[in-house]
Ligand binder design. Structure first.
Ligand code: NAP
Length: 267
């Protein structure tokens, strides 16, 4: 039995991970901004955490740690996105994306790392995104935040001495969750972009509807927990998005990458 801290356990990928872990007998401290949204299942301990508030992150982690005694695994999963032209993105929404997906995630990773380094044991799984490498049009701040987090994780992986503390960058492709509902909320379109935004949104929705279920990510997480020497980066999703596209992308010149992504989203 492992003790696990998991953010964003109320919905989508986090909820599927929470279900899979508790079914396997693990104790999970799962978070939401509203703890009443968390499933009432045994071995799931509800915690309130808001990534937009750094105090809430440390309070939630420290209170859960005091209850649990230690964490074997911390899963940095919670997050949301935005949708709209980069040209018109307000400084506030860019800052908000970076607070949630970079500063909040880094803060939690550092809190986890401090306790794990003291015990010389532990696993941190950071859920970033394939959007860090294959950006989605009209999600510029989201793509950039995920890329920043991926670079930060790789930097820590370079610096950490060989030990039994492992950090993984888990990069999902499209996974069928409630993610797009939050993304589209409050979207503002500059009229010059209206047609392109609409075309892209159709593709984004279509991809999401056809995407694998979040239980696929949960199964990958269960496998990672069993590995003595887990991989530093893992991609999860359908074969084209998670395997073929990132592989081919590596060898393409930038001009062809941009052309290919435009074609993919019908732009
Ligand atoms: N679905 C995809 O296609 C996909 C692809 C690549 C990466 N990802 C990443 O996977 C992670 C989970 O996304 P999902 O698809 O499962 O989305 P989801 O179904 O919308 O779930 C998002 C989770 O994050 C929590 N959350 C949202 N904003 C938060 C905030 N400000 N503070 C604390 N918690 C917050 C939500 O909890 P409450 O609302 O209850 O607080 C919820 O539990 C995200 O980091 C996302 O970027 C998703």
């Amino acid at each position: 039995m492992k003790k696990i801290f998991l953010t964003g356990a109320s919905s989508g990928i986090g909820k599927a991970i929470a279900m899979a872990l508790t079914e396997q007998g693990h104790e999970v401290w799962g978070t939401s901004r509203d703890a009443s949204c968390l499933s009432n299942i045994s071995r799931l301990h509800p915690a309130r955490l808001d990534l937009s508030d750094s105090r809430s992150i440390s309070d939630a982690f420290n209170a859960a740690l005091a209850e649990a005694g230690h964490f074997d695994v911390v899963i940095n999963n919670a997050g949301s996105g935005h949708f709209g032209p980069a040209e018109n993105l307000s400084a506030e929404s860019i800052t908000n994306q970076f607070q949630l997906l970079v500063f909040g995630h880094i803060q939690l990773m550092q809190l986890a790392l401090a306790t794990m380094r003291a015990r010389e044991h532990g696993l941190i799984i950071n859920v970033t995104s394939l959007a860090s490498r294959l950006p989605v049009p009209f999600m510029a701040a989201y793509n950039a935040a995920k890329a920043a987090m991926a670079a930060f994780i790789m930097s820590i992986q370079l610096e950490l001495p060989d030990s039994r503390v492992h950090i993984i960058d888990l990069q999902p492709g499209d996974i069928c969750t409630e993610f797009n509902n939050a993304v589209h909320k409050g979207a503002q379109y500059d009229s010059r972009y209206e047609a392109e935004v609409a075309k892209t949104w159709v593709m984004v929705e279509r991809n999401m509807a056809a995407a694998p279920k979040p239980e696929l990510v949960a199964r990958h997480v269960l496998k990672l927990l069993e590995q003595i020497n887990p991989p530093p980066r893992v991609t999860v999703g359908d074969t084209f998005q998670s395997k073929l596209a990132p592989f081919i992308f590596r060898f393409l010149p930038q001009r062809v990458r941009i052309w290919g992504l435009k074609k993919y989203y019908g732009l």
